[in-house]
Write a protein that binds this ligand. Sequence first.
Ligand SMILES: CSC[C@H]1O[C@H](OP(=O)(O)O)[C@H](O)[C@@H]1O
Length: 384
Amino acid sequence: MASELKQNGEENTLQSIRYSRGRLQLLDQRKLPHDSVYIDIQDSTAGWHAIHDMVVRGAPAIAISAALSLAVEVANLGSVDWSVNDAISFLQKRLEFLVSSRPTAVNLSDAATKLNDVVLKATNDMSKPEAIFQAYVEAAEGMLIDDIDTNKAIGSNGAKFILSQTQKCHNLHVLTHCNTGSLATAGYGTALGVIRALHSEGLLETAFCTETRPYNQGSRLTAYELIHDHIPAVLIADSAAAALQKSGRVDAIIVGADRIAENGDTANKIGTYNLALSAFHHGIPFYVAAPLTSVDLSLSSGEQIIIEERSPKELTHALGGQGQQVAPSGISVWNPAFDVTPANLITAIITEKGVITKKDSSTTFDIKGFVESFALPLTNETNI
Ligand SMILES: CSC[C@H]1O[C@H](OP(=O)(O)O)[C@H](O)[C@@H]1O
């Protein structure tokens, strides 16, 4: 067993997840950009709270953090007088509990389903609880390691495709929303990974990032990442995004995803739909960048995606609910954390396996066909 799991090989302040077998630390993203504080996560209960309270956030990051929180719990169990069935039941119940921490990002339930499959397969091959626990831990660790390669493939595919679609051969101005970088993944990022790839190829003039109220993932996290990587960046208010597009200073918009339905309808941070509507009006290409673990083929359209509603305090108090009260007591609040952008407003979906475009005059995507073309396991809602 690897005693020290090397992740992206370098210590940096953008590492949302720090892991070695038996130990998990999560960067407390609620304290960024001012303080870089890591919290020790001892078990799946602590993992659940870290995800629910947005210590860690971002669809891939919450899936990996959940998986690893149970891995450290298992690694530190010590000797238990359990049967094989006890071990399976324990893992399945903890995975089901972890999935309940946040409802919208499918990556979390996708990871739980895959880990459950690993556990059941291990049961067939081995007859000791320790062996089943070992199989679980190694599979969870694999998700951490694989994510960075996935994100770099998304970055490369996205940069090539965006360049192929624009008349400009450099000096691109790209607008992004929320945070989809190293802080939302195991490293490098998805939509922000595409921006990193464009920058590293010398193709990017400016990355515009929205502040992304009410939780300010853009002003607190994406701006932090862009400054950290010395990428030329401009922060704008969410409400300035349409005016910026009207000014002609945006060549493309690229966002992440929390759950993509079979037809390409995409749930993402609240405000994404606004951007897509404005992009459509201004004739600006609108791209979604996400790993295939963000696809939920069990949903035919975005109508069925559950949208998380978060605390009113995120609006009535500054700093996403952590600061002073700014709205009068007693005001009613509606605070959906995500919205759904219909496929007809999305130009293309950039994945680690390639870019999904619409066929002919279709207004929707055939994601099932894309996934099957790689003979990949079909992603469906968790079955645990
Ligand atoms: C690559 S992260 C995907 C997605 O997650 C973020 O939501 P949250 O910060 O609430 O976890 C945002 O919707 C990103 O686009």
